[in-house]
Design a protein. Structure first.
Length: 190
C-alpha cells in the first residue's frame, strides 16, 4: 500500500511540473509535439531512475560512512551529467531523428532541477533503495505525463482561433497555469 501511495503522490498529487514547478525549461521547450514530449519523457525516466539508484548508493556507501555528506550536490550533479552524456550517445545511435528533435534540451537534462531534486528528495525522505526507485520512476512518469498532456493541448491550440496577441507562448503559459490548478485538485487524495 505504501508503494501505491508513493506512485499516486509522485504522478498526480506532487507532480514535479504542475505542483513542484521543477523542470519547467524542458516542459516549455519540448512540449510542442507529442512525439518529442514522449521521447523527452523516456529520456528523463531513464536518467532519473538510474541517477537515483547511483546517487542513493553513493550516498549510503561513500558520503555518509566517510562523513562527507556536504559533497552530495556536486557528486549528484556529476552522476547526472555522466548519465545524460550516455543517453545522448545512445539516442544519437538508436534514434537520430529524436536526437535532432530534442536538440539542446537533451543536454539540458543535466541541469534539469527535477532530476537533481528527486535524487536529493529520495535521500531526504529516508527511502530505502526500492522506495527511491519507485519514487524516481513515478516522478519521471508524472513529468512525462505533464509533457504529453501539454503537448497535446499545444497541438490542439495551434489549430484553434486564438487572438493574435495570445498566440504562442502567452496562451501556452495560461494553459500550463490552468493545468497546474487542475492538478492541485488532486492534493486532497493522498
Amino acid at each position: 500500500m505504501e508503494y501505491i501511495v508513493i506512485i499516486i503522490a509522485a504522478i498526480f498529487v506532487n507532480n514535479v511540473v504542475f505542483a513542484q514547478f521543477l523542470g519547467i525549461c524542458p516542459f516549455l521547450g519540448v512540449s510542442s509535439k507529442i512525439s518529442t514530449s514522449a521521447g523527452m519523457g523516456g529520456a528523463v525516466l531513464f536518467v532519473m531512475t538510474i541517477a537515483t539508484i547511483v546517487t542513493w548508493t553513493i550516498q549510503k556507501t561513500i558520503l555518509v560512512p566517510f562523513g562527507i555528506e556536504f559533497m552530495q550536490t556536486i557528486t549528484f550533479i556529476l552522476v547526472i551529467a555522466s548519465l545524460v552524456q550516455m543517453v545522448e550517445i545512445i539516442l544519437k545511435k538508436i534514434s537520430p531523428s529524436l536526437y535532432q528533435a530534442l536538440g539542446i534540451f537533451l543536454p539540458l537534462i543535466t541541469t534539469n532541477c527535477a532530476v537533481l531534486g528527486i535524487a536529493i528528495l529520495a535521500i531526504q525522505k529516508d527511502y530505502n533503495l526500492v522506495k527511491s526507485v519507485v519514487f524516481a520512476s513515478s516522478t519521471a512518469i508524472g513529468f512525462a505525463l505533464a509533457l504529453i498532456i501539454f503537448a497535446g493541448l499545444r497541438e490542439h491550440l495551434d489549430g484553434m482561433d486564438v487572438p493574435k496577441g495570445m498566440k504562442g507562448v502567452p496562451i501556452a503559459l495560461i494553459t500550463a497555469g490552468l493545468i497546474s490548478l487542475a492538478f492541485m485538485g488532486f492534493a486532497g487524495l493522498v
